[in-house]
Design a protein around this ligand. Sequence first.
Ligand code: S6P
Ligand code: ZN
Length: 185
Amino acid sequence: MSSFVTPPVPPMRITFDARMEPSGPVLTRRMSDLRGLFADTAAWEASLAEDPVVYEVASSPVPEAEGELPQSITTIHPGKVGGEFHMTKGHIHPRPRGEIYLGLSGVGGLLLFDGDKPEWIPMEPGSIGYIPPGWAHRSVNTGDEPYRFLAVYPGDAGHDYEWVLRNGMGYRVLGGADGPDLRPF
Ligand code: S6P
Ligand code: ZN
């Protein structure tokens, strides 16, 4: 994601549901944007016929700039590809920065990977997931309704998506009989 407003922004009250008001940009990621992420390539290719929206990211007007504290709400729609739950691309912040997620609705999980060991934080409404500096992160919808969460992160963090394509995220998250089934890869 890139900067979208020239700082400074004034103090403001932001209301939110699936969108924020006042609003910044809204990013939509379809299945075709998730090339190389799901293990079952044939199932991913078959899903391109409909190319559904997998998730949306609605931002506030606070810019991604040093000293600022941008926020966004991600909505991951439910579904699976070859048994693997719908998920975000995942990224690492090139400038090591902490980030917090707050679960708003639905159920999901926060998958973290430091290049050595993965961690899994189950998320539901009211959960705060803390992402320490230097940990790649991806969100997964493990339920059958939209999973929605608020993210707050330092504006100079940056986003590196290639790191995840090169290193993976340590686990794949599949649907199991007793909830999410975390498979090392
Ligand atoms: C930003 C924060 C989230 C994600 C969003 C989409 O630092 O972690 O707002 O950008 O959940 O995930 P991704 O991996 O496509 O950026
Ligand atoms: Zn992030």
